[in-house]
Design a protein around this ligand. Sequence first.
Ligand code: SIN
Ligand code: CO
Length: 388
Amino acid sequence: MSPAKTKRNRAGQFAVPGLKALLGGMSPKQFFAEYWHKKPLMIRNAVPHLEEVLDGAGLKALACREEAEGRLVRHVRDNWRVERGPFEPARLAALPKKDWSLLVSGVNLMVPEGDALLNAFNFVPYARLDDLMVSFAPPGGGVGPHFDAYDVFLIQGLGRRRWEISAQDDLELVDDCPLRILKRFRVDQSWKLEPGDMLYLPPQYAHNGVALTDCMTWSIGFRTPTAQEMATQFLVYLQDRIELDGVYADPDLGHSRHPGRIPDAMASRLKDMIRRIDWRDADMDDFLGRYLSEPKPHVFFDPPARPLGAAAFRHRLAARGVRLDARTLMLYRGRACFINGERVEAGRAAASTLRRLADHRALPPGDYDDEMAELLHDWYRDGYLAPA
Ligand code: SIN
Ligand code: CO
């Protein structure tokens, strides 16, 4: 599958790298066998020219947007402070010359090149890709030694950063700190990253990035649901769908001498009711498709202000094809297809086109049948996709 295409920026230099360049000439097979979840990997010049897509001022502007998930981390006299966005421009203009870092998550939803870059990592399933976070730090800035629960690709945009990493098992954190900072950090390896360089780290790998100049890091993060999250969310799903009949009855009830006590017969009948809760593998598959394709709670779609009618849309579809909006999550499992938390009911022929749309996040120009054209038109009016 080819990576998503992106518009070139004004300087005309940034282009999403192909898979070969991204992995430094290594095949995905080799990467998964030797590095994924196993050991760090440094790839020089994997994603060049990101510094031309976004600079510090650009990131500050994003951090002031209503929908931005921003954090400002400051290291003041051995104390870590964290402020959460969206920020007032005056707040970001008043920052000192060093020792802070501004981090914005979900940049893939705000910058087209960011969306294209995130999707270039589609050698990992979309259901595992989380988001693109971009940080800016002046010299000395960083978020301290820490570890993440997920794998991460740290790409150097603007400037230079020293990354120190450690395979240590000691993951004890500093108490009463607004950031997850390691109590002890023993450096095993260190690299100076130049623009375009990329460092892959497995989950739980201790790391510390310190800006050597004005510096921007683009982090590709992955989704790692916890067992607790899966179980509680599945129970929420089940709660909305469960249908059990029957009402409690006790025709055999006798005189109660201890009315405060829950009678054994009553407890046993009620437990039998609960034991009738049942689910099948297909219910879990349906839940997974809906849950994993559900956009984050702060994500809203922008339906077109003056949408094309069905005939005009079909014309455009035939001439240009369609592309999924950056916010859309589309996944499938078997013949079942899911888009933004909804299950799509479609016939066998439509299912293969939908799988193609989910894999490529786009459909080429073509003469699609009535069912598909109608479905795509509905999603276009919801803001889920647009003519390419
Ligand atoms: C940063 O961009 O400063 C932090 C990225 C990370 O450590 O995951
Ligand atoms: Co990290």
